[in-house]
Design a protein around this ligand. Structure first.
Ligand code: GLN
Length: 292
């Protein structure tokens, strides 16, 4: 019987996933293998020649088969990495995308230009990725994160606990600003960040299988033109920002001009800026609240 070393398994899995048309097949193979073997990714390479026992081979086989059918690796391993932090992920929340790290980076840079306690709001927090990454990097941040999905907030709560941020991030369940307003304890924020659902009905139909079949529709879909949530945010956001505070939104690649126009029409914002992601697509809109 052929013996399976880590090296052979990695190569075999990467090739299998390539043939199935899976994105980043080598990385996916590494993540699945390290999960099945209980090793760190680097340890796969330091233990290249190690033979893998049958029980772990069986476990891996099941995982690789599911990955080949386009089930997201983050669901198979129950975790992902975002802004160098390990986060728990389930099918109840969107899997954090690398593009969203740019929003976090800009948020952190902005908060570092300010002093004292910084009140931050993260709308549509999902797994809590933005809230956790900001709180982890800005000790003075006090983050309030909201989401309409109680199931997603349960994941966010575990991520907050995992990174020992319970004193820094609080979660509220409800639609956008609604839970804040209900609590009547909000004055105004220094930063409001949001990666809302922004996929249009037409785009939704054409999403990759790994997204459409496995990630929550409510985290993706935002009306006929994908703009529903921006409309509702921009309508209300003004009163919740301090003068000089920032609004940072993730957007779909074609939504920059329309979101800019909505911000301009609100007459509340200056320095409206649209930034591109690593694939050269418009991805982040930031704006500064003007003094009234
Ligand atoms: N960027 C995500 C996707 O392409 C969409 C994320 C969102 O709607 N916030 O699947």
């Amino acid at each position: 019987m052929a013996t399976w070393t880590i090296q052979k398994l990695l190569n075999w899995t990467a090739e299998y996933l390539t043939n199935k048309g899976i994105d980043s097949p080598r990385l996916s193979a590494e993540l699945l293998l390290s999960h099945a073997l209980g090793l760190k990714r680097i340890e796969l390479y330091t233990q290249f020649d190690r033979q893998v026992p049958q029980q772990q081979l069986d476990l891996l086989h099941g995982l690789v088969k599911r990955a080949g059918l386009h089930e997201p690796v983050a669901h198979l391993t129950g975790k992902t990495e975002f802004y160098s932090l390990e986060l728990e992920i389930t099918g109840d929340c969107l899997i954090p995308r690398p593009e969203t790290e740019l929003l976090v980076q800009r948020a952190i840079e902005f908060l570092r230009t300010r002093s004292g306690i910084q009140y931050v709001c993260d709308l549509c927090t999902g797994s809590g990725c933005i809230a956790v990454a900001i709180a982890k990097n800005i000790p003075d941040a006090r983050v309030t994160a909201t989401d309409i999905s109680a199931a997603a907030l349960a994941v966010a709560a575990r991520n907050i606990e995992k990174h020992r941020l319970k004193e820094h991030v609080r979660l509220l369940c409800g639609d956008l600003f609604e839970p804040l307003i209900k609590q009547l304890d909000v004055n105004q924020f220094d930063l409001i960040a949001c990666n809302p659902p922004y996929v249009s009905t037409a785009e939704y139909e054409n999403l990759d299988k790994n997204v459409k079949d496995y990630e929550p529709e409510s985290a993706l879909l935002a009306g006929a033109d994908g703009m529903d949530v921006y409309r509702r945010i921009i309508e209300k956001v003004d009163e919740l920002l301090k003068p000089g505070a920032a609004l940072m939104l993730e957007i779909g690649f074609a939504q920059g001009p329309a979101v800019r126009e909505m911000l301009e029409e609100s007459r509340s914002f200056a320095q409206i800026k649209i930034e591109k992601d690593l694939h050269d697509n418009d991805r982040i809109v930031s704006a500064t609240k003007m003094s009234s």
